[in-house]
Design a protein around this ligand. Structure first.
Ligand code: PMP
Length: 395
């Protein structure tokens, strides 16, 4: 096989799965009207798959901060954090995140993907072990690969499987990094964090928690699962992203271990990439304040999430195990998922289509993500659309 033939095979597989003329992945968005509405293919569309959990992408405070930063600091830093890309704004945001999590230190990265890559590959290396949940996000898998450590997967959210694997490692459990997520991005379920903390303490391992989907969503001040479960201070490293509830782009890692700071000198995804733009940092700082004080936004988000979850359940859709702002309808075949996705788009609703192998257990998903910014009318319309499609497609 010649080098490029592999990509022809990818194109053929996609063609077999998706009918011609349907642009499912990377649909161009022509105009953005608000945090919940946009124009796609000339039509007004309701966003229901954006991770914009608190709806902050158009928050006036964030827009103003970003405009001011562009005017005073320019459009980009044109350099890595290691070189000319550390502005006082980057340092201020690190301090603010550290304070928010009552942690000793924080590092800000250019994306959430890089936060995981940098933290995992900086902490673990050849000879170490990383034990991860089988449903981990690609950035966790890729960070593990970059580290060169031995990678062991345990069954999704299965505590006894995790314990069994640590037990087998014997003394090596002490040089083991365990990685779990606050809310899992496919089915919206949470890690059993209290039990995981107990196990990591018993085996003297180190725990990293990715709060990408739970930051701003769980806990009184929005810290995530760590706060909801009353475990602040008991997790070794917490990573997260600015690209969901904070409405911008970037990532962070906080820790009480003084060694975190050394990642700045060893971590390639920190050293060899340009730092976040001044506008990104400024809007994220403004958004972090709104997130921390966002009790009302969280209440609205959860009201919308619970309402849609129970509506879809009543309609007979198979869903993830618990209500959350990520609500995935689980379909047996890619064709069923595609039909539902297409039907929703025809009714003006844009959701995420997840086909094998991206979804767990070979299933296909139509994945919705709910926002605090969705109105009562929008949520009611979504319920009606799912109801009508249930009748026409599946009965
Ligand atoms: N971790 C998890 C669990 C995620 O779902 C994502 C993004 N989908 C990331 C990390 C990466 O974040 P970003 O988009 O900011 O690179």
């Amino acid at each position: 096989m010649r080098l490029l033939d592999k990509l022809d095979a990818v194109a053929a597989a996609r063609k077999a799965l998706l009918p011609a003329g349907i642009e499912v992945f990377g649909t161009p968005i022509e105009e953005i009207y608000s945090s919940t509405e946009a124009k796609i293919d000339g039509r007004r569309i309701l966003f229901l798959g954006t991770n914009n959990y608190l709806g902050l992408t158009f928050a006036p405070e964030c827009l103003k901060a970003a405009h001011n930063a562009i005017d005073s600091e320019g459009t980009g830093t044109t350099g890595s954090r290691m070189a000319n890309g550390s502005y006082i704004g980057h340092r201020a945001l690190e301090r603010e995140f550290a304070e928010f999590y009552h942690s000793q230190s924080c590092i800000v990265f250019t994306t959430g993907y890089q936060a995981n890559l940098a933290t995992i590959s900086g902490l673990a290396g050849v000879g170490d072990v990383i034990v991860i949940d089988g449903d981990s996000h690609a950035s966790i898998y890729d960070g593990c690969r970059l580290s060169g450590a031995e990678i062991i997967r345990f069954r999704h959210n299965d505590i006894s499987d995790l314990e069994k694997r640590l037990h087998r490692l014997g003394d090596r459990s002490r040089s083991t990094l365990i990685i779990v997520e606050g809310i899992y991005s496919m089915l919206g379920d949470r890690a059993p964090l209290a039990e995981i903390v107990k196990i990591k303490n018993a085996y003297d391992s180190t725990l990293l928690l990715d709060e990408a989907h739970s930051l701003g969503v769980l806990g009184k001040t929005g810290q995530g699962l760590v706060e909801e479960k009353g475990l602040v201070g008991q997790i070794d490293f917490i990573t997260g992203t600015f690209s969901k509830s904070l409405g911008s782009i970037g990532g962070f890692c906080v820790s009480n271990h003084a060694q975190l700071d050394q990642l700045r000198f060893v971590s390639r995804p920190y050293i060899f990439t340009a730092s976040p733009t001044p506008a990104t940092i400024a809007s994220t700082r403004a958004a972090l304040k709104l997130l921390r004080d966002g009790t009302e936004l969280r209440r609205q988000l959860w009201e919308n999430a619970r309402q849609l979850y129970s509506r879809l359940q009543e309609l007979g859709y198979q869903l993830g195990p618990e209500p959350s702002p990520i609500i995935a309808a689980i379909l047996d075949t890619p064709q069923q998922a595609l039909a539902l996705w297409k039907g929703l788009l025809e009714k003006g609703i844009y959701v995420n289509l997840i086909l094998p192998p991206a979804a767990p257990e070979g299933k296909s998903l139509v994945r919705c993500s709910v926002s605090a910014a969705h109105s009562v009318e929008q949520m009611a319309y979504v319920g009606e659309a799912f109801g009508a499609l249930r009748k026409t497609l599946f009965q």
